[in-house]
Design a protein around this ligand. Structure first.
Ligand SMILES: CC(C)(COP(=O)(O)OP(=O)(O)OC[C@H]1O[C@@H](n2cnc3c(N)ncnc32)[C@H](O)[C@@H]1OP(=O)(O)O)[C@@H](O)C(=O)NCCC(=O)NCCS
Length: 186
């Protein structure tokens, strides 16, 4: 069976013991041509992290965890074709950029789909599962941050129901570069 048949995959949360696959897909994502725009991380840094880092990341986002959930699309042979992670942000907390979080919300990060599966509908299916998890865990809205030059990602986010909030988030390093916040109200 060809792996290019749209829909030929299962969307599910990861298990903690699947940390080697979490690591493999993340390193693949960090080799993407747009990785500089898409991820606040580098291949070199990620590749140098110890197994304990990936074990903790997988456990923190595994089925049954309450603070985060990593969703994957698993294709034939068990290959992970794409992923996203939803982080729960609590009302009254301060986000990583120093802004107050006003409502309990799900923050979508680490969105990546292998190139041969892009445009297949798989990304939308990942979002549907991520949203289901966030709503079931009491999120009142969803958000994500995207670079203004990452037009394909913005197209995918609009298709998943997100829209620009009008807020921008400065990138670390004081370069004057910034990213866009997209939101989806429940
Ligand atoms: C971002 C990503 C997950 C999106 O998944 P995808 O399957 O490629 O997205 P889709 O094809 O479903 O949707 C993208 C939409 O944007 C459109 N698009 C593509 N390139 C575009 C461009 N340069 N400008 C405007 N729109 C564009 C597509 O046509 C499509 O819309 P359509 O289905 O109406 O034609 C995937 O491209 C990816 O993994 N990219 C690399 C990592 C990345 O950028 N992650 C996001 C970090 S914020």
């Amino acid at each position: 069976m060809s792996a290019s048949i749209p829909g030929d995959y299962v969307i599910r949360s990861i298990r903690a013991d699947e940390w080697p696959a979490v690591k493999e897909l993340r390193l693949r994502a960090l080799r993407d041509p747009v990785a500089d725009l898409a991820f606040l991380d580098t291949y070199e840094d990620a590749a140098a992290r110890p197994d304990s880092f990936w074990q903790e990341r997988a456990a923190g986002g595994a089925e049954g965890a309450s603070g985060a959930q990593q969703i994957v699309a698993e294709g034939p042979g068990g290959l992970w074709l794409g992923t996203l992670t939803v982080l729960m942000e609590e009302a009254g907390s301060t986000d990583w950029a120093g802004f107050p979080v006003e409502r309990r919300q799900g923050h979508v990060v680490g969105v990546f789909v292998r190139p041969e599966w892009r445009g297949s509908g798989l990304t939308k299916a990942l979002f549907a599962a991520g949203l289901d998890w966030a709503w079931a865990n009491g999120a009142e809205r969803m958000r994500l941050i995207v670079h203004p030059d990452n037009e394909r990602a913005q197209g995918a986010y609009r298709k998943a129901g997100f829209a620009p909030s009008g807020r921008t988030v400065p990138l670390v390093g004081g370069t004057g570069d910034y990213e866009l916040e997209y939101v989806l109200e429940r």
